[in-house]
Design a protein around this ligand. Structure first.
Ligand code: GLA
Length: 414
């Protein structure tokens, strides 16, 4: 393998080119990095794409068993691979000089501490599944993409689900969608060691073009709800605030919600997750919770109600109502779940003042990162420009933003 330089990580401000052309270019980069060699694996290069995701409703509900409404976005991970017949696996990225080279029959038990842990975790999940004979499973793989990394658009789920999809095809595993999602989730939780919820890999793996995914995180059932792109556009604006606290604060929220459920769960017959505890029960038992736990409980119970209301508003085409619900969610994040920061609040407030905007809220876990903005179709540039100007006047720098279409999910690109 030979490569001189890694590429800069894409930003939200860049408008991506035609996907098929970007993938074809990625294929050429692969050829430059991995010149055809005498490993007997043939010369055909396979190309794959897996999207990122943005969550519109159901904030911090997945690990509480509640409903969530994310959509896959039309930017994501590019994967180019070529089989090799010596049982070896090479994982490389256009964004990082760390390369992972392993033998498939001796996969490491310990994570490497690099980006490659994400695809390696998926390889570990799938390597023992029946399919192509083990000796023929060697691969050279190059990852790249047009998704900003670390912006809360789930580049990790994109790379994990994309890897599961690519391995399924190239190793002939015959997996169902749900199996690929489960392998991606297990890789992140068990190998990379992130305590992530189930939403992200489902949002990527079960995507349908032009639709939001309605995922019930209690029983795993799901459904697809059409988004009227004739009337609205989904924008994302990056506060530029690094999410340093996100990991530890996220884990604290997971523990606090578990504690709330230990206290209030027994008050609701048959309750198995915090989502089963309605707001009325939270209020009736308010004195039994520490103030901080009461705020968390109020967020979760009210967010469950808002998410059902958002589904109804989407189905009846009440986009103003949908926007109001997003703003109410953001207030709840700010005051009750305490996962917002000033920069995110300024972006949401600035968006809310624009007549071309239905609503906005932070997306992902919060503590920095991006806001998602629902904009009247045709008013995208005007709203983005006004929000950027307001933010710049306050903080002296211009935040980056972009608009997305609902993507169709992982697929073969050549
Ligand atoms: C992060 C997690 C998700 C979800 C969101 C909050 O993005 O990865 O599983 O919990 O935060 O809605």
């Amino acid at each position: 393998m030979s490569h001189a330089q890694t590429l800069p990580i894409p930003t939200l401000g860049q408008r991506p080119g035609e996907l098929s052309e970007e993938l074809a270019r990625h294929g050429r980069t692969f050829e430059a990095w991995f010149p055809a060699r005498a490993t007997g694996g043939g010369s055909a290069i396979e190309l794959y794409f897996a999207p990122g995701r943005v969550n519109l409703f159901g904030g911090h509900l997945d690990y509480n068993g509640g409903p969530v409404m994310p959509t896959a976005i039309d930017r994501g991970t590019f994967i180019a691979l070529r089989p090799r017949a010596d049982g070896r696996l090479t994982l490389a990225s256009t964004f990082d000089s760390a390369v992972c080279e392993v033998r498939l029959e001796a996969l490491p038990d310990q994570r490497t501490g690099t980006w490659a842990d994400y695809p390696l975790g998926v390889v570990r999940e799938l390597a023992a599944r029946p399919g192509l004979p083990a000796a023929e499973r060697g691969l050279d793989v190059l990852f790249g993409g047009n998704l900003p990394v670390g912006a809360g658009l789930s580049s990790s789920a994109s790379i994990c689900v994309g890897t599961a999809f690519a391995l399924d095809r190239t190793w002939g595993l015959g997996l169902a969608n749900e199996d690929r999602v489960a392998a991606a989730l297990a890789a992140e939780r068990e190998f990379v060691g992130v305590r992530c919820g189930i939403m992200d890999p489902h949002a990527v793996g079960l995507a349908r073009p032009g639709h939001l995914l309605w995922l019930d995180c209690k029983d795993g059932s799901y459904d697809h709800l059409p988004i009227d792109f004739e009337r609205l556009a989904i924008g994302v604006i990056d506060s530029g605030v690094q999410r340093q606290l996100a990991r530890s604060e996220f884990n604290t929220r997971v523990e606090q919600c578990a504690e709330v459920f230990r206290v209030l769960g027994p008050a609701v017959p048959g309750a198995t997750v915090l989502r089963d505890v309605p707001l009325a029960v939270v209020e009736a038992h308010a004195s039994r919770l520490e103030p901080v736990l009461l705020r968390r409980a109020r967020h979760v119970a009210s967010e469950v109600e808002r998410t059902f209301a958002a589904r109804a508003a989407l189905e009846t085409g009440e986009l103003e109502r949908l926007g109001e619900l997003m703003l109410a969610t953001h207030r709840s994040f700010r005051e009750l779940y305490e996962c917002s920061v000033l920069e995110l609040d300024v972006l949401v407030d600035a968006a809310a003042e624009q007549s071309g905007c239905f609503g906005a809220r932070l997306t992902g876990a919060g503590f920095g990162g991006c806001v998602v903005v629902l904009v009247r179709a045709g008013r995208e540039d005007e709203v983005l420009e006004a929000v950027q100007a307001r933010f710049e006047a306050r903080f002296g720098r211009r935040p980056l933003g972009g608009f997305f279409r609902g993507d169709e999910g992982p697929r073969v690109m050549g």
